[in-house]
Design a protein around this ligand. Structure first.
Ligand SMILES: Nc1ncnc2c1ncn2[C@@H]1O[C@H](COP(=O)(O)OP(=O)(O)OP(=O)(O)O)[C@@H](O)[C@H]1O
Length: 308
């Protein structure tokens, strides 16, 4: 089931087409990583998903309700944290949540439930000004969870966090999707983090969706090999002759792969033969995993070939 879908979603500011014909599909009970560099249009898209700004073209459906024609029913199923969490620093975590709980006319026990979910029960009576950024982020997510929305939209929730903060938020996001059955949309430009968190990804470049699908499937689509040879520079030349993309790792091994836009598959035998024929000594040769970073670089290269 689709928790959020957009069809032909578009938005311009003046002459600048910031979001251009997006068909996004966010599955229920899964994490959707919304990727793209700064200025790609992620926040604008999320704002349209939440009804904060009006699209020029296209539509948004949330839990099968049309945002334009059934706005309050559609938005009732969504919680969000957009940009920096706006919390009252001089109040406790509990008091911050209580303000929103009262506005939503929810029972008092709802606060304990969301505090438990984000693992902040022990710090609930402390003032928010004493919280780390990661704790503030978790508190903001707790607030978004008041009322048990089935969909959560989080804009850059990992920004500015230290490794422990990232780890906590990543686990929380996965738990909310996989154990609690919510759809969580997470925007980010941190490819490695999203690769470890998101079940599905969508990559936005200059307002256009250039890649969308299951993270696992996208990464498995194309063969890649990790090769350690005695002369990495010569290895790179062999790769270039075979029209392969070569990335040199810190240990001087090479990750060799076909461009994801190429229809040619990379054959291990052909590659090994070419390296040997070039007089290289192969110390290691093993299948390698593609990364979102690779897919991202390919998508950027592809887009540069297409005139805007
Ligand atoms: N209200 C606005 N008026 C004019 N231009 C805007 C407005 N909001 C966003 N933009 C422009 O639209 C483009 C996309 O911005 P957006 O914030 O959606 O990108 P983003 O992918 O979320 O990037 P970032 O991570 O930097 O926020 C940018 O060029 C931005 O300057």
């Amino acid at each position: 089931m689709l928790a959020i879908s957009t069809r032909g979603l578009g938005k311009s500011f003046g002459n600048h087409r910031v979001v251009d014909g997006l068909d996004l599909n966010v599955e229920a009970g899964s994490v959707f990583g919304f990727l793209g560099p700064n200025g790609a249009g992620k926040s604008t898209t999320m704002r349209m998903m939440l009804g904060l700004i009006k699209p020029d073209t296209g539509s948004v459906r949330i839990m099968n309700r049309c945002l334009a024609t059934d706005r309050s029913a559609a938005l009732r199923t969504v919680g969000s944290v957009i940009e920096a969490p706006s919390l009252y620093d001089h109040l406790s975590g509990h008091a911050n949540l209580d303000l929103t709980r009262r506005l939503l006319a929810l029972p008092a026990k709802e606060i304990e439930r969301v505090l438990d979910l984000v693992d902040l029960g022990h710090s609930a009576s402390r003032r928010v000004r004493e919280y780390s950024l990661g704790m503030k982020q978790r508190l903001a997510i707790a607030r978004a969870l008041l009322g048990s929305p089935t969909v959560l939209v989080l804009d850059e929730p990992l920004n500015g966090l230290d490794p422990q903060g990232i780890f906590d938020i990543r686990n929380l996001i996965r738990r909310l999707a996989h154990q609690e059955g919510r759809a969580v949309v997470v925007s980010s430009h941190l490819l490695t983090e999203v690769e470890q968190t998101a079940d599905h990804v969508g990559l936005l470049l200059k307002g256009r969706l250039v890649l969308q699908g299951s993270t696992e499937t996208l990464l498995r689509q194309q063969a890649a090999y990790r090769v350690l040879v005695d002369d990495p520079s010569a290895g790179k030349r062999v790769a270039a002759n075979l029209k392969l993309i070569a990335s040199e790792m810190d240990d001087h091994s090479l990750i060799l792969r076909a461009d994801t836009n190429s229809t040619e598959d990379l054959k291990a035998g052909e590659l090994a033969r070419a390296l040997v024929v070039a007089g290289l000594e192969i110390h290691e040769f093993a299948p390698a995993r593609m990364s979102l970073e690779h897919l991202y670089q390919d998508a950027v290269r592809q887009q540069e070939r297409i005139p805007a």
